[in-house]
Unconditional design. Structure first.
Length: 877
RNA sequence: AGGCUCGUAGCUCAGGGGGAGAGCACUACCUUGACACGGUAGGGGUCAGCGGUUCAAAUCCGCUCGAGCCUACCA
């Protein structure tokens, strides 16, 4: 066990084992009076990087800890939300590194196909350029240029945040190695029959002019209309009434459908209807899957080219498909007189036409859910086209089992349920995109229409040997490459050293918003391609929200982490992230909280200044080993040890907030407010006990050095800066041993005694405040030993000088209280408070309130004690 | 339509079957040799509501109300 505060093997020298006994010269042990993070943050980052601290250390084969960064999109700058997750990762990386793990954290970026292409298109639009004017090659060149800038920006942002990523291993999803991994994966799935090409109705964005996956469609409730339209049916005078929310698609109807068992619509059986406007004959089909007997008129128009359900029904019944809306959202020539109109304009005109023909029976308000493009908010059009799909079930099943068995664990656990829910109802994944930026699909068609799918560009058709090959123009969904990230970054499918040593990884930290997009797919791909889950733990954090409008773009513009860093320092931003990282689904970032973290940094800075001033040129902690320690020393060391074990326990559970709070509370309220104030007289040598003074110096040194180590993962820059002054070692805190707490230092008796002391001091100060007694005026205190617990007062007797000092007592006696004073019970001992000068007025209000409160408590307790069942069942204490 | 999460001090949020907490904000006092980005003391809560389980409920269960999120092919 390490972390023993005085055994000389703690955080302070675990890095090298060397023992530096003499502190450097006075000048360099001083800290600047005012604390300015900008003075040292970038310097320390360079030092660490130059000394290779971000690369895996220790012999290969020793316990390792590996993470891959969720690669940021190269769409632009990181925002305050990205920096959150990266900070949590860095806390884990630094913590594990200090615990002695061989840590590797791999950086990189994602080409983010559709997102990046859209950004560039917008940039071009500003110059009045359409990508089609440029052509594919020129356009892609532009995106590459953009990507280089964006990558540099992102990298510098992450560096300023302090992230200890191994930049020698940086990757990009379109790098040659990663691209060949994508092709390898595609070809393998194709050969296994898990990738297929087919003509289906897919989600289509008419603005982006590409297919998108189900996940890229955002559903919104809208208030629309349900149009009731009468179709003529020869032989049925009333005709058939059909309801639709999208009248424009009726031009593509190729049938009407009824439920075989619905008596209401039995009269249509075997008949044919006449499609209004177009006058096409529509067979009436019977389909129990498509038609819900309970809903509407019981008659459904079948539009195979513009509705996925209708398409499936058309397949079952051999119906033709008529495409009336094109890829650009405009009506096709098939729409006749409406050809060329925008789909929504066509709807209006068709409704007018139906009205004129007296076929529109009514328009009912109808609230329903409509799909929108995640990227551009355009209404998604179900569109019949030929696309590539991943047959997902066979991949999903092992991935479900991996989570069931605990091979992959979600933190917080509640996401497990969400994961199962989605995975058990998963649909095939449309992976082709009609874009230019991305991994081009490795499928080639020859002049005879044969398909060749191949990892290397083929020179001839597999089937007929033709040399006239054309590659599929489409690219793959971005997530197809991202799903390979945890292993493609290590060179997979090649059997590289890195792949062998660092895969599978340990922890993945990301927002819950990409649980399906990315996490689930990585688990599927990892198991399928490598035979192993890609990580054992997934920490899903909440999404960052800025509080109110205080930090909105319009005001402070702290949306860019660099702006927050400039104002508060990277350490303060990081600490704020950590303490805001609760287990909820939103993380609210408040400006006040940033200021609070900055204040905490300043507090540490000043505590360090004080400590350094006391230590200057004096012997160091190690030499104090074996020294007799007083109660305050034993107390703070016990608290330090417990804090260390707390922090480790909380970090192991990804409770960054609790861990941060534990260090905060210890450092501020126990070390600074408590111990520092207690030992000031000792350090000043006023009591003349040189031995106690040396002990205090040693304890202070240990408390500070261990606090720096504990805090380093959260506030790396500031702690490294102080560390240098304190220990004389430059840039080594990052690889010093992390305190874990040592039960040998747990000292419940010292804790009890000092906490009682502090409670009494507070009571005296409170007395002073109540009576408006100036702080300078002394007070008399009596402490009466409780016969039931004589030890309590006894321990206080040993602390009498300290009590006198802290409470500013004129007189402290152990015995019965003086007459005319105020009496109270604090922490189990009776105390009497009085002014030496005479009899002050008791504060009536306060006393009355106290009496009332006590009365209530007595009432409650006696009621309880009179309850026989309570006495019977409650534990004796 | 189903599912999930949340409702605790003015604000942001921890906690979670037997003492109601933190940070910020607020009040009073304090320019005491680390720190006013500070110190000391203090005020403030029917833990959304109703019912149930229990000796004991803020905590477990059910319902209601309110907020948010996710999933879904009802024309």
């Amino acid at each position: 066990m390490h972390g023993n505060p005085l055994d000389g093997r703690s955080a302070s020298d675990a890095d090298t084992g060397e023992s530096v006994e003499i502190l450097p010269k006075k000048s360099s042990t001083r800290l600047e009076k005012t604390f300015d993070p900008a003075h040292f943050e970038e310097r320390w980052y360079s030092t660490w990087e130059a000394e290779g601290r971000f690369q895996p250390a220790g012999p290969p084969g020793s316990p390792r800890f590996v993470m891959v960064i969720p690669p940021p999109n190269v769409t632009g700058r990181l925002h305050i939300g990205h920096a959150f997750g990266r900070t949590l990762e860095d806390i884990l990386a630094r913590w594990k590194r200090m615990l002695g793990y061989r840590v590797l954290w791999v950086p990189g970026t994602d080409h983010a196909g559709i997102a990046t292409q859209m950004v560039i298109e917008k940039e071009l639009a500003k110059q009045g350029i359409d990508r089609r004017q440029l052509g594919r090659q020129k356009f892609v060149e532009r995106v590459w240029a953009w990507k280089r800038d964006a990558k540099d920006t992102i990298q510098s942002q992450i560096r300023r945040l302090g992230c200890s990523l191994d930049w020698t291993r940086e990757r990009f999803t379109l790098d040659p190695d990663l691209s060949s991994a994508v092709r390898h994966a595609f070809v393998r799935l194709y050969r296994e029959g898990l990738i297929y090409r087919g003509r289906y109705v897919v989600n289509w964005c008419p603005r982006c002019e590409t297919a998108v996956s189900d996940l890229e469609v955002v559903h919104k409730e809208v208030d629309g209309s349900l149009y009731r339209i009468r179709y003529d049916v020869p032989g049925v005078p009333s005709g058939a009434v059909v309801a639709t929310t999208r009248p424009e698609t009726m031009l593509g109807d190729t049938a009407l459908a009824i439920h075989p068992d619905d008596p209401r619509t039995a009269k249509f059986r075997g008949k044919a209807a006449i499609l209004p406007i177009v006058a096409r004959e529509l067979p009436v089909i019977e389909d129990p899957i498509l038609v819900d007997r309970e809903f509407g008129t019981g008659i459904v128009k079948v539009t195979p080219a513009h509705d996925a359900n209708d398409f499936a029904a058309a397949q079952r019944h051999g119906l033709p498909e008529v495409v009336v809306i094109g890829p650009d959202g405009k009506m096709t020539p098939e729409a006749g007189e409406f050809s060329g109109l925008d789909r929504f304009e066509a709807r209006k005109q068709i409704v007018q036409r139906l009205e004129r023909e007296n076929r529109l029976l009514g328009i009912d308000p109808h609230r329903f859910s409509l799909g929108y493009c995640q990227r551009c908010d355009t209404v998604i059009e179900p569109f019949l086209s030929t696309q590539w799909f991943v047959k997902i079930r066979p991949l999903a099943e092992p991935a479900i089992r991996a989570v069931e068995s605990g091979e992959v664990r979600f933190v917080p656990e509640l996401w497990t349920k969400t994961y199962f829910e989605w995975m058990r109802n998963i649909h095939d994944w449309c992976i082709s995109r009609q874009l230019w930026w991305g991994h081009r699909i490795p499928a080639f068609t020859c002049a005879n229409g044969h398909l060749t799918v191949s990892e290397e560009d083929p020179s001839a058709c597999e089937t007929c040997g033709s040399n006239a090959l054309e590659q599929d123009p489409d690219v793959l969904d971005t997530w197809f490459s991202s799903q390979l990230w945890p292993f493609s970054v290590f060179g997979w499918p090649k059997d590289t050293d890195d792949y062998r040593e660092f895969y599978p990884t340990d922890v993945l930290v990301t927002g819950y918003d990409i649980l399906f997009f990315w996490v689930a797919r990585m688990i599927m791909a990892g198991i399928h391609f490598t035979g192993s889950v890609p990580f054992s733990t997934v920490n899903l954090h909440g999404l960052v929200r800025l509080a109110g409008e205080k930090m909105s773009k319009t005001r402070g513009n702290v949306v860019d982490p660099l702006v927050a860093i400039a104002e508060f320092g990277a350490d303060a931003l990081r600490f704020t992230y950590a303490s805001s990282a609760t287990s909820g689904t939103t993380v609210t970032l408040e400006r006040e909280r940033l200021a609070g973290s900055r204040n905490f940094a300043t507090k540490l800075w000043n505590a360090a200044r004080f400590t350094l001033s006391q230590l200057e040129g004096k012997p160091r902690a190690e030499e104090l080993h074996g020294r007799a320690l007083g109660l305050p020393d034993r107390w703070i060391l016990s608290r330090l040890s417990r804090t260390a074990s707390d922090v480790n326990r909380q970090l192991a559970e990804f409770r960054f907030d609790e861990a941060a709070q534990a260090v905060y509370g210890f450092l501020w309220h126990e070390l600074c407010d408590g111990y520092l104030e207690m030992v000031k007289p000792v350090l000043a040598g006023r009591d003349g006990d040189e031995s106690a003074r040396e002990s205090a110096r040693g304890v202070l040194y240990r408390c500070l050095s261990d606090s720096l180590a504990l805090l380093h993962p959260f506030m790396p820059f500031l702690t490294e800066e102080i560390w240098e002054k304190l220990t004389g070692r430059s840039g080594t805190l990052i690889v010093s041993r992390y305190p874990t707490g040592d039960p040998a230092w747990d000292d419940p008796r010292a804790e009890e005694a000092i906490e009682r002391l502090r409670a009494i001091v507070t009571r005296v100060r409170n007395f002073r405040g109540e009576r408006r007694v100036p702080p300078t005026e002394p007070i008399d205190l009596t402490i009466e030993s409780d016969p039931a617990d004589p030890g309590a007062a006894e321990a206080l007797r040993a602390l009498a000088p300290l009590l006198r000092h802290l409470a500013r007592l004129s007189d402290l006696t152990f015995g019965p209280p003086k007459p005319r004073g105020e009496r109270d019970v604090v922490s189990g001992v009776s105390v009497g408070l009085s002014l030496p000068g005479g009899a002050p007025q008791a504060n009536r209000t306060r006393l009355e309130r106290a009496i009332a409160q006590l009365g209530r408590e007595i009432g409650e307790i006696s009621t309880k004690l009179q309850n026989p069942t309570f006495l019977d069942k409650a534990p004796p204490e």
